[in-house]
Structure formats: C-alpha cells, structure tokens
Design a protein around this ligand. Structure first.
Ligand code: ADP
Length: 265
C-alpha cells in the first residue's frame, strides 16, 4: 500500500476557491523540506489542479512502475545541505495538455481520488500534504473514507483550514470545520491568508479587509490559529512566472538579502 511509509498526512482544506489553499500547501511543503523533512504533495483538486504551476513543473509527466506512479521530484536545493526531498503528484501530470479541464461525474472523481491514495509510490515520507478541492465534495468524502480505512490514527495528523479575512465572515469555512468534526478528522488549525497588504516600498502592512477574523473564528470553534500570511505581490509574481522576482538592492527579508542571486550567501 502506497501510504504505509508515510509518517504524517495533513489535509489542506478551504471553504471556497481562490483563498490560497494551494499557495499555502506549496509554502508548507517548501518550508518542511527546507527544515530537512522528506515531503510529498498530493494534489486532488481534480477540476483545477494548480500545484504543478506553483512548483513550475507543469510540463512533467509521471511514469507508471510496478510499484505505482512515480511522483515528480522537485529540486529544492542541495540534499547534502540537509534539505529534505520534495515529490509531487497531481492529476495535472496525467492530462494530455497543460490547462486541460476534467469534466467528470462524481463516481469517476471518487475513483480517481482512491487511485491517487493507493497507487502512488511515495516511499519513506515524513509529511504528505494533500491539497483538496474547495468545499466539501464527493472527493472529500472519498478521501477521508479511504484515509480512515487505510491509515492509522497516528498517520492521519489532521487538517489545516485556509481562509481569507473576508471568507471567515461566510458560512463556507465553518462548513469545513463541521465536516472535520463529523468525519472525525482533527483540525490542526486555521491559516488566514491574504491578511493585509505589505507595501513593497515601505513594508507597512495595510489591512484592506477586516483584520483578525481568522483568530476569532478559530477561538469560536476552539481550534488553533496558526497564523496569517499577507498579500505579497512578489509571491504572486514568483508563482505566475516560476522565477524568483528581482528585488531592489538592499531588500532584507528575515535578514536575508533578497537582491542577491538565489543561493548566494
Ligand atoms: P486556491 O487553492 O484556494 O484556489 P490559490 O492558492 O490557487 O487558491 O491562490 C489563488 C491566487 O492567489 C493565485 O494566483 C495565487 O498565486 C494568489 N495568492 C494566494 N495567496 C497569495 C498571497 N499571500 N499573496 C499574493 N498572492 C497570493
């Protein structure tokens, strides 16, 4: 079984599309890998698989082996420097052309989700992050049923729920929390994405929408608030072009000189 060597499985959920679920999954994967963990990313957002674009590996094709599909390896630096392996599987790799959409009925989608959980050769993996479609659909039910059946409670770490300051005011994100409660999936916490806008010139963060809703909602549901991520135009550019943006000379982020070429010390 393909998940037996996976230590921790984390679902990434959101009440609706466009709140940054795939972006948060990508950043979590990169951070865990940079911290030395081996990481897998499984994209089961079948109608809009955006994970391959986020990792700039859209044109890759996965191969079938006797042990299952081999996920695509992302080169995220030097393994000798203690950076963990990073592998990605997405329906996007199986589509004939970039950006093709799948128009499938529920049963075909649920069968695909099950196949993704059973037929991908992950090997030894510390964290498997699963990027799910928005909402609570047939794919979610199939995903959770298969995970509860095929993994141990220790393996199924839980779910990270992503929202935006505006979306917390809607019922969508609450539905995700209710879905977790009903299906018995632990909620690891809530991330508020697009929480304010950091001015690229003066670094001041302006809260365009309401502030702090994610924390209030997390408190209401008695789940952890994991943190907030501001709107970052440089991040958007990096995702859209697949390249690190050029920063003005002397730009420091967490003490790192962002104007230096990537990898420079
Ligand atoms: P979802 O998976 O919830 O549909 P995505 O992660 O695909 O959402 O994000 C939607 C769009 O918003 C993408 O173009 C992404 O690059 C952009 N985006 C997400 N989070 C941020 C952020 N914090 N700053 C800037 N752009 C962002």
């Amino acid at each position: 079984m393909s998940l037996t060597q996976v230590k921790h499985i984390v679902l990434v959920l959101s009440g609706k599309g466009g709140v940054g679920k795939s972006s948060v999954t990508t950043q979590l994967a990169l951070s865990l890998s940079l911290a030395g963990h081996s990481v897998g990313v499984l994209d089961i957002d079948l109608t809009g698989p955006s994970i391959p674009r986020m990792f700039a590996i859209e044109d890759e094709k996965v191969t079938q082996t006797p042990g299952g599909w081999l996920p695509i390896t992302v080169h995220n630096g030097d393994a000798a420097a203690g950076i963990g392996s990073l592998r990605v599987m997405s329906l996007g790799f199986l589509l004939p052309r970039r950006g093709d959409a799948v128009v499938w009925r529920g049963p075909k989608k649920t069968a695909m989700v099950r196949q993704f959980l059973t037929d991908v050769f992950w090997g030894e993996t510390d964290y498997l992050l699963i990027d799910t479609p928005p909402g609570t659909s047939d794919e979610h039910i199939s995903l959770v049923e298969t995970l509860l059946k095929d993994t141990t409670p220790e393996q199924l770490a839980g779910a990270v729920v992503v929202t935006t300051p505006q979306a917390v005011a809607t019922a969508d994100v609450k539905k995700e929390l209710n879905f977790c409660a009903k299906t018995g999936v632990r909620v690891l916490g809530v991330v508020e994405n697009m929480s304010g806008f950091v001015c690229p010139n003066c670094s001041e963060c302006t809260h365009i929408f309401m502030k702090g809703g994610g924390r209030v909602m997390a408190d209401d549901f008695d789940v952890k608030f994991l943190g907030s991520v501001p709107i970052d135009p440089q991040f958007l550019m990096m995702i859209e072009t697949g390249r690190r943006p050029r920063y003005p000379a002397g730009t420091l982020v967490n003490g790192e000189d962002m104007s230096a070429p990537a990898g420079a010390t």
